[in-house]
Write a protein that binds this ligand. Structure first.
Ligand SMILES: *Cc1c(COP(=O)(O)O)cnc(C)c1O
Length: 393
């Protein structure tokens, strides 16, 4: 391979103004994160011991009791569900995803049903829809209410799931209080809720028992990485179900997170064995987390905003709106209005190099220029491509 593996493979580089999308390769890693991964690749370590070290770092960054590196937020959700179902029970771990014989229900508010709730079900959980979708459909103003959670509780319920974002955040205290009263863990999907950096701590501080973050989005870590942070016993169960367990009970040296006295035996490979986090992902995620917690959100956003303004200056003013970070809740973005947003998106993707804007708000007739992983050298060709499509619309 030469220095550009994509060129060697005949795969085109793309101008990515759509954000850290998994299908476009996620984050673009900083050179020091790449260097940390490369150094990690050259040696052997005990992965359990490495995850113990990761737990200490993740706990410090999130305020949680414990944490582990997963292969993404979706994997973290599957492991969280597996932990809620199995706890310390090696026999239940061995049975998953076949959990029909024991409690396995996870409550999911209807406004929190996403494409990613499948990741909870993958562990063997049965998803129980609760509440109404008035906000989602625009039919009304009401969000999640305590009685809706209480009415769904039964001995077969092992957890509740919560997909957090700017719109659902006001309902988090209601869910925390109901789950505390019922003695079930609250699993929060916060995959894409970074930045702001404070969100690393916010949901744990609010009382969530487990929180999932993507490592390959704004954290700037390896694409196939993520974080599961939260209660120590639940993280330990999740870790046990992820680790390589082809071990002799006589010589097994469990991670410190694992309280061996609570296990009836040494578990076999669990539901998460196929989601193994490698030493490179673990070290890379921690290096990215270090950078992220020391970053200056305000300065980063000011830099992004200046780049967006320079791009906007080359486009017809009537088509472009700058949305500052304070309004988007994340990074500043440009919304660009097109006569037919999806048709324009298809045209941009057919260019050479292909150009990607976010289609998230295409129903409103806009494509969103999200600069999160846009390389600075792509700003000028991006502006030229956008100016060209806007003039011959
Ligand atoms: C991206 C995303 C996920 C999945 O994250 P990965 O790290 O790609 O596994 C889960 N939930 C939400 C809300 C997301 O945006």
């Amino acid at each position: 391979m030469n220095s550009d593996p994509y060129a060697t493979l005949g795969v085109r580089r793309r101008i990515n103004a759509a954000g850290a999308l998994t299908r476009l390769g996620g984050a673009v890693m900083a050179p020091e994160v790449v260097a940390a991964m490369a150094a990690a690749a050259r040696g052997s370590v005990d992965i359990g011991e490495l995850q113990d070290a990761a737990s200490v770092r993740i706990a410090a960054a999130t305020g949680a009791e414990a944490g582990m590196v997963t292969t993404g937020a979706a994997a973290a959700l599957t492991l969280a569900a597996a932990a809620a179902i199995a706890g310390w029970d090696a026999a239940k771990m061995a049975a998953l995803p076949h959990a029909e014989a024991f409690p396995r229900d996870i409550l999911v508010p209807r406004t929190h049903r996403t494409g990613y709730t499948h990741a909870l079900a993958a562990a063997g959980a049965r998803l129980v829809d609760i509440g109404h979708n008035d906000r989602g459909t625009g039919a009304g103003v009401r969000g999640l209410e305590a009685w809706e959670i209480e009415a769904a509780l039964s001995p077969s319920v092992v957890a509740m799931a919560f997909s957090v974002n700017v719109a659902s955040l006001p309902d988090l205290p209601v869910a925390v209080a109901a789950c505390r009263a019922a003695g079930i863990p609250l699993i929060v999907d916060a995959a894409a809720q970074l930045p702001p950096r404070d969100n690393l701590r916010r949901f744990i501080a609010a009382g969530a028992d487990l929180v999932a973050f993507s490592g390959g989005k704004a954290l700037g870590g390896p694409q196939a990485s993520g974080i599961l942070a939260g209660r120590r016993d639940l993280v330990a169960s999740a870790l046990l179900q992820q680790l390589d367990m082809d071990v002799a009970p006589q010589t097994w040296s469990p991670p410190k997170l694992v309280d061996r006295a609570r296990l009836r035996g040494v578990p076999h490979h669990g539901i998460g064995r196929g989601f193994k986090a490698g030493k490179e992902e673990i070290v890379g995620l921690l290096a990215a987390l270090d950078r992220f917690v020391t970053a200056d959100d305000a300065a980063d956003n000011a830099r992004l905003e200046a780049r967006l303004k320079a791009i906007a200056a080359k486009l017809p003013a009537s088509a472009v709106t700058l949305i500052p970070a304070a309004v988007s809740g994340r990074v500043p973005v440009l919304e660009i209005a097109f006569a037919d947003a999806l048709a324009t998106s298809a045209r941009l993707q057919a260019l050479d190099p292909p150009v990607h804007l976010s289609e998230r708000h295409s129903a409103r007739g806009v494509l969103t220029l999200d600069p999160q992983v846009l390389l600075p050298e792509d700003d000028a060709p991006l502006a030229a491509a956008l100016a060209a499509v806007l003039t011959d619309e």
